[in-house]
Design a protein around this ligand. Structure first.
Ligand SMILES: [Zn+2]
Length: 390
């Protein structure tokens, strides 16, 4: 068996490497290559695989198989030399998130005894599920504060392998069910975790850790957090939003929340006033319509919503007996206070539906929608004849 030199472990800051191709194979449109040494971390331990290129060919996946690191490529490699270039931005991001996760989990356990049950390193954010039913603002802030203290203290991260007999000699945060040697990632003197991932060399390289939010999840608490460049980008985005709001509302940043609450309160108050005025106006309009004409009332209110048309029809029928027909855009709203006849719902069904109208209603109130103008015009003409005597 070829010994594979995993340079992502021995030198996690190495970004380029020239090595030899050891084995290749093809499966359909995918080409698999094993190299004598590799920079590319294979998916595992909650951490996604690395990306990059080998001889200019993009690496689309990396996985581990029978102790070998297999690189998946969309086309074959030429020759037996392999010039590897790592997608460094992605790798550094993964190292910052993963080391940040160890730190955050250690702080949760150290301060409150909450164990980390699982870790997810996603494209957008990272999460850990911790053995806590909920999290208070005070706890969240205290954990964040402590984690960043450890970042600023710039403690070294050490990685080493221990034999099974040494498991008891270290205060391991988690003891896996694995037989054989264990790879340990230690935040010097602070946390000892078995882990197969790639990590930064000192906590300062995590840069920054921010807890974004938490939610209840299967009896645990799922904590969302960002580290390093992700946290910086999030800060930049939020700063941009804040700056925009400061200029929109013309208040200092510290007063944004208070002013927004005030504006929302004002908006609700104004909406209430508009409703009252609209109802009053509808009453006045109904009065003018009743005074200026007689049933059946045919009205055109193309800017009105169905609700507004219905309100107007109700207001008219509060003041007089008769039938009201309101055209509101492509809709027609009908109402009367003449008892059971004419049955407006039936009228829609029997007369409007054959003309392409969609709608229905009760004996005294109905509405219909016409997707095209000709059906609508024809139905309106029909109504003028049918409702003449009401
Ligand atoms: Zn880990």
């Amino acid at each position: 068996m070829i010994p594979i030199i995993r340079r992502y472990y021995t030198d996690p800051w190495l970004q380029e490497l020239e090595t030899k191709v050891a084995v290749t194979r093809q499966e359909g449109k995918k080409y698999f290559a094993v190299l004598e040494e590799t920079l590319f971390y294979p998916t595992g331990g909650g951490q996604p695989h690395d990306l990059g290129t080998i001889n200019g060919v993009p690496v689309i996946d990396v996985f581990e198989e029978d102790g070998k690191v297999v690189h998946v490529l969309p086309q074959p490699l030429q020759g037996d030399r392999a010039f590897c270039v790592l997608d460094w931005e992605r790798r550094l991001d993964h190292m910052q998130q993963h080391s940040g996760q160890h730190l955050l989990s250690a702080v949760f356990e150290d301060k409150y005894g909450f164990r980390t049950e699982s870790f997810h390193l996603g494209e957008e954010y990272c999460t850990i599920d911790i053995s806590a039913p909920a999290l208070s603002v005070r706890e969240q802030n205290a954990v964040e504060e402590r984690a960043n203290q450890v970042i600023f203290a710039n403690l070294p991260l050490l990685t080493y392998t221990i034999g099974p007999e040494e498991k008891g000699s270290l205060p391991l945060r988690k003891i896996p069910d694995l037989k054989g040697d264990l790879r340990i990632v230690e935040i010097k003197g602070f946390d000892y975790s078995p882990c197969s991932g790639t990590h930064v060399s000192s906590t300062g390289q995590i840069g920054l850790l921010k807890v974004i939010k938490w939610e209840k999840y299967k009896g645990m608490t799922r904590v969302y957090f960002l580290c390093g460049r992700r946290a910086l980008r999030d800060y930049a985005r939020k700063h941009e939003i804040c700056t925009g709001l400061v200029s929109l509302l013309a208040v200092p940043e510290a007063e944004l929340q208070e002013r927004t609450a005030l504006e929302l309160e004002r908006k609700a108050e104004l909406e209430k006033q508009v409703e009252t005025l609209k109802a009053e106006l509808t009453g006045w309009r109904a009065q003018a319509i009743v005074d200026g004409g007689e049933s059946p009332f045919f009205l055109e209110e193309d800017a009105a919503s169905v609700e507004e048309a219905q309100q107007l029809a109700r207001a008219i029928l509060e003041q007089t007996d008769g039938v009201v027909v309101i055209k509101a855009g492509q809709r027609i709203v009908l109402a009367h206070n003449q008892g059971q006849e004419p049955h407006l719902g039936r009228l829609i069904k029997e007369q409007a539906q054959p003309l392409g109208g969609r709608g229905g209603g009760s004996p005294t109130g109905a509405q219909v929608y016409f997707p095209d103008d000709s059906g609508l015009a024809e139905f309106l003409n029909l109504l003028k004849t049918l409702l003449k005597s009401f």
